[in-house]
Design a protein around this ligand. Structure first.
Ligand code: GUN
Length: 304
């Protein structure tokens, strides 16, 4: 039986360790402050932001949402970011991605004060990561590293394969695995022989955004599988194909209008050593690490 790597349990541990630090800051100075910028009405982004704001409320972190309309210009967003950079009560600024096409995403991320960049996306912080220097790390990969620590999964000398090369997950994930002394391969849409590359992995991190793409032939029997994908199946045919003979999933489709599935095929998971479920695996860790980065930014800015 494969071990299920429970992201909620690790999240709760992380949040419990942050709570006294938030209380200390609130008593001695003020609570940490996070500003979230959410442009337009991307349904997935709205769900993520709701989770982030809720986590702040539960921890006692001040949070505020800024909601420009989807026709916002780059200049308008730059103005907003600069005003948030100036605010003494705001320690962290998070610009939810993706941004609409007309917006110059690079210019917006560059405008963030690196000290307030709780996503770790600013080139200065990317540079710190590449150089192995301290700094805010992107939340999803750093949450995955906490998961490995929690379950005492030793990475030294292991073959780690990361599928996906995004700046949010794939690239920083590969570096963090490298710093943990894994032998790292990054695969992507142009990789030849993807199944064979993945099949050699002791640790497989899937971040490609394609529902149930990695079938059994991609996963070694003793592999640890981390599934970053959060894909929504909206039609009955796909649900029946990916979850054959599972009436609960069809019921879920009827009730919620969609069924979540990761990048790894459910049938491939039962044969590996350990895996993160979707939902309940990586998602909760991302939010916990955002809280952690926000508390650290506040401590640094307030001299704690
Ligand atoms: N969009 C998808 N994941 C993320 C994330 O971790 N941070 C931000 N800002 N946007 C995202």
């Amino acid at each position: 039986m494969a071990l299920i790597l429970d992201g909620k349990q690790v999240r709760d541990r992380i949040l419990a360790s942050l709570r006294p630090r938030v209380e200390k800051l609130a008593e001695a100075a003020r609570p940490p402050g996070l500003a979230v910028v959410l442009v337009g009405h991307n349904p997935a982004s709205e769900i993520y932001v709701r989770g982030k704001v809720k986590a702040c409320e539960e921890l006692g972190i001040h949070s505020e949402k800024h909601l420009p309309t989807s026709d916002v210009t780059t200049e308008e967003l730059l103005f907003l970011i600069r005003s948030l950079n100036e605010r003494p009560d705001i320690d962290g600024i998070l610009v939810q991605l993706p941004l609409p096409e007309q917006v110059d995403e690079d210019a917006v991320l560059m405008a963030l004060d690196p000290v307030k960049d709780v996503d770790g996306f600013h080139p200065v912080n990317v540079g710190h990561l590449v150089a192995g220097r301290p700094g805010p790390r992107p939340c999803t990969p750093s949450g995955i590293m906490r998961l490995f620590q929690h379950y005492k999964i030793d990475l030294a000398g292991k073959r780690a394969v990361v599928i996906g090369r995004s700046g949010i997950v794939g690239k920083p994930m590969a570096l963090l695995l490298l710093y943990a002394n894994a032998t790292v391969t990054i695969c992507h849409s142009r990789t030849r022989g993807l199944a064979a590359e993945c099949g050699r992995a002791d640790v497989l991190v899937a971040a490609i955004g394609r529902p149930a793409f990695l079938t059994g032939e991609f996963v070694a029997p003793d592999a640890v599988v981390v599934d970053v994908g959060i894909n929504r199946l909206k039609d009955r045919q796909s649900v029946e194909r990916i979850f054959p003979g599972d009436p609960e999933k069809l019921e879920e489709l009827g009730l919620k209008g969609s069924v979540l599935v990761g990048d790894v095929h459910p049938a491939a998971l039962s044969q590996c050593a350990a895996y993160t479920p979707v939902p309940g695996g990586v998602g909760p860790l991302t939010i916990a690490m955002l809280m952690s980065n926000t508390v650290e930014a506040a401590e640094r800015r307030l001299g704690f």
